[in-house]
Design a protein around this ligand. Structure first.
Ligand SMILES: Nc1ncnc2c1ncn2[C@@H]1O[C@H](COP(=O)(O)OP(=O)(O)OP(=O)(O)O)[C@@H](O)[C@H]1O
Ligand SMILES: [Mg+2]
Length: 273
């Protein structure tokens, strides 16, 4: 049995096809990435797999349960971290987690222990009683991940887990995701715009565009298929780097990551050199 299985999953809005005949088998225990540009259909796919949206046609199963016919069990089997923050800013970290676990009907004793456990996992134990509005962006993201884990889900969906975070915080969030994949034995499905994120985290990646899978493989294999290598750099002074690159001949393409200021991608013919 697969963690997730979709067959010809399709979502249409009027005449526009947002998810187009998506057929996917996600293996239990893997970290699977949906990589694609804005509007590719990543969030829509996640929402269908979370029973928050109905597909127009096709089918999807999560942990063997049908997303249309067995919504309740599907919801119990999944944790989700949305693309836009959804914490209660007027509550503390601990209160946010407590509220969530009450919705999921966790027993009082389980609840208390689990809160401590997930807070520790994302290293927020010392901030547990601070109001979330006083958390930094990275801390909020980590708390959301902790919240997604509260009810022991089998599969965790992370929609753009590091959007808007600085380079250092992104790396830390990557570490937590890897850690919980192992310690909680959880299958992770994440969406991202960034190849470097997919490469760091994912066992396999589906590149999607206009709702269709255009490639699906391990990050290593995908990179060798794409002729030009992409090198991701974290720099302090972009201007200076640009000057140096202009006087060199190895960079065929320079892509600035607008969302992470210190991040620059270089397209080169042979990345290993
Ligand atoms: N309720 C809706 N009605 C009509 N079109 C919609 C609706 N929701 C999403 N879309 C369209 O579906 C397409 C896919 O959207 P989706 O949010 O799944 O993309 P995404 O891959 O998550 O993009 P991003 O990287 O920007 O988050 C977009 O063109 C969007 O405009
Ligand atoms: Mg999205």
């Amino acid at each position: 049995m697969y963690a997730i299985k979709t067959e010809n999953l399709t979502k249409k809005y009027d005449e526009s096809i947002v998810v187009n005949q998506l057929s996917l088998n996600i293996i239990k225990g893997e970290i699977f990435g949906l990589l694609g540009p804005n509007g590719a259909g990543k969030t829509t796919t996640i929402k269908i797999l979370a029973t928050l949206l109905k597909p127009t046609s096709g089918s999807a199963e999560v942990w063997g349960y049908n997303v249309l016919k067995e919504q309740d069990v599907v919801r119990k089997s999944i944790g989700i971290v949305f693309q836009s923050p959804s914490l209660d800013f007027e509550l503390t970290g601990r209160e946010n987690l407590d509220f969530h676990s009450r919705i999921y009907n966790l027993d009082r004793s389980v609840r208390k222990n689990r809160i401590e456990e997930v807070l520790e996992l994302v290293e927020l134990s010392d901030k547990a009683d601070t109001l979330v509005k006083h958390y930094s962006g990275g801390m909020q993201r980590r708390l959301e991940i902790a919240r997604g884990l509260m009810h022991y889900p089998k599969v965790l969906y992370l929609d753009e887990p590091t959007l808007g975070l600085d380079a250092q915080t992104r790396r830390r969030v990557w570490e937590y995701i890897k850690k919980l994949n192992v310690s909680e034995q959880i299958t992770v499905v994440l969406t991202t715009h960034y190849m470097d994120e997919a490469e760091q985290l994912c066992d396999r990646v589906a590149i999607i565009d206009h709702g269709e899978i255009i490639a699906l493989d391990s990050p290593e294999n995908l990179k060798t298929t794409i002729a030009r290598d992409i090198i991701s750099l974290q720099v302090v002074d972009r201007k200076k780097l640009l000057e140096v690159l202009k006087s060199s001949d190895f960079a065929a393409e320079i892509i600035f990551n607008e969302l992470v200021e210190e991040s620059v991608y270089l397209g080169v013919e042979n990345g290993e050199k």
